[in-house]
Design a protein around this ligand. Structure first.
Ligand SMILES: [Zn+2]
Ligand SMILES: [Zn+2]
Length: 383
């Protein structure tokens, strides 16, 4: 068995296990990139073939089509070439072959010459296009960021449990249409009666910046108490324990949330936002802040933002929420501002970083997505 210290052309080997080094020059980087590009290319071709099934109508209108097709061409050619480079460099041919296979399948289905399907009216409750866009955007931002400013430089990109977290990321973005509907509807249907006209007028007449800050503060206050309740009531904790089962922190770990946890938290957090009547622009800006901050606070970066640590929730602050150390249990519930934790006595921020992450109370959450989905229904929580 060759131990791969350089290009190895003496024989081929196929294994789904990573048995060779992942360093530069071993064909691992080219192979992994080839699979990523081949997968993105194939997904994009599928979106073009079946826009009615796989694309979101509101997103479709935003595409600069010509650029997407040129980009698709580049992605497929690069995927194929990188796969070839990996085949040449690596003794284990699995990565290169899978990458090439994905790029070729996309090319056979039309590649960048794909007939652009008729955007069938409403359609599209699956946002494959939304998933691909998010995956590209997050990878472009976080992969270099977590390499250059890593808190744990030894932690690889494909660390333990990445498949599970990527499944969450895939489903969260694929089903964005459904979860948004389930998030917004309860407030609109059940709480319309509770709107106070004078208060709504006051909020409506406030400047945009005040509205955005107001929305963030109100949402975080609500979210703080929902989150704290999820930690307190054993039945609810079973759902939230899934989020805490992550043992490695990076941007992707933030995606690990049980569907029930996501919908319950978001739907209840939206109620006061809806009742106070913040403008649509303010709500959109608030959602952008949520998406950025909820991902960033999980990231594998060593920044502490010392001057702002009592005002803004940072990776340092939220990493402690995920700590497996007993003294950090049930601390730092806020997502946006530690002010609520300071006020309600749950603020915990030592100078150092946590020693380990994960569950500290004996809960045994399964490792895969499916097991985690059913875990809350079957498990007998020890808490
Ligand atoms: Zn929590
Ligand atoms: Zn978290």
């Amino acid at each position: 068995m060759a131990e791969g210290t350089g290009p190895n052309r003496t024989g081929a080997h196929l294994s789904l296990q990573t048995t060779q080094p992942q360093k530069w020059g071993q064909g691992w980087i080219s192979g992994t990139l080839s699979i990523a590009l081949g997968g993105i290319g194939l997904g994009t071709v599928l979106c073009f073939h079946f826009p009615g099934q796989f694309t979101l109508p509101s997103l479709r209108e935003q595409y600069p089509l010509v650029y997407v097709l040129v980009l698709l061409h580049l992605v497929l050619v690069s995927g194929f070439l990188l796969g070839t480079i990996s085949l040449w460099l690596r003794y284990n041919k699995a990565l290169g072959l899978v990458g090439i296979l994905l790029a070729l399948t996309a090319a056979l289905l039309g590649g960048s010459q794909v007939p652009v399907g008729q955007a069938a009216g409403e359609g599209g409750w699956l946002g494959l296009d939304w998933f691909l866009l998010n995956l590209i955007l997050y990878s472009v931002v976080y992969l270099p960021l977590e390499r250059l400013f890593a808190l744990y430089p030894q932690q690889p990109v494909f660390r333990m449990g990445w498949q599970t977290d990527l499944t969450y990321f895939f489903l969260n973005t694929l089903l964005v249409q459904t979860t948004t509907l389930l998030t917004l509807s309860p407030a609109m249907i059940l709480f319309d009666w509770a709107k106070i006209t004078s208060l709504v007028r006051l909020v409506e007449s406030s400047p945009l910046l005040i509205q955005v800050i107001g929305a963030i503060m109100v949402a975080d206050f609500t979210q703080y108490w929902i989150h704290r309740t999820l930690h307190t009531i054993p039945l609810l904790w079973r759902f939230h324990a899934v989020h805490h089962s992550a043992q490695s922190m990076d941007w992707l770990a933030g995606s690990r949330l049980h569907l029930f946890d996501v919908i319950l938290t978001r739907a209840l957090t939206y109620v006061p936002i809806y009742l106070l009547g913040f403008s649509q622009t303010a709500v959109i800006l608030y959602v952008i802040v949520v998406v950025i901050q909820a991902t960033f606070i999980h990231a594998n970066v060593h920044w502490k933002f010392r001057p702002l640590r009592w005002l803004i929730a940072t990776p340092h602050f939220h990493h402690w929420h995920h700590s497996a150390e007993k003294e950090a249990m049930d601390k730092n519930f806020a997502v946006h501002t530690p002010v609520w934790d300071l006020l309600f006595g749950t603020f915990f921020l030592p100078e150092r970083w946590p020693g380990a992450y994960g569950l500290s109370n004996g809960d045994q959450v399964p490792k895969g997505w499916l097991g985690q989905f059913f875990y809350p229904f079957w498990s007998r929580s020890k808490t």
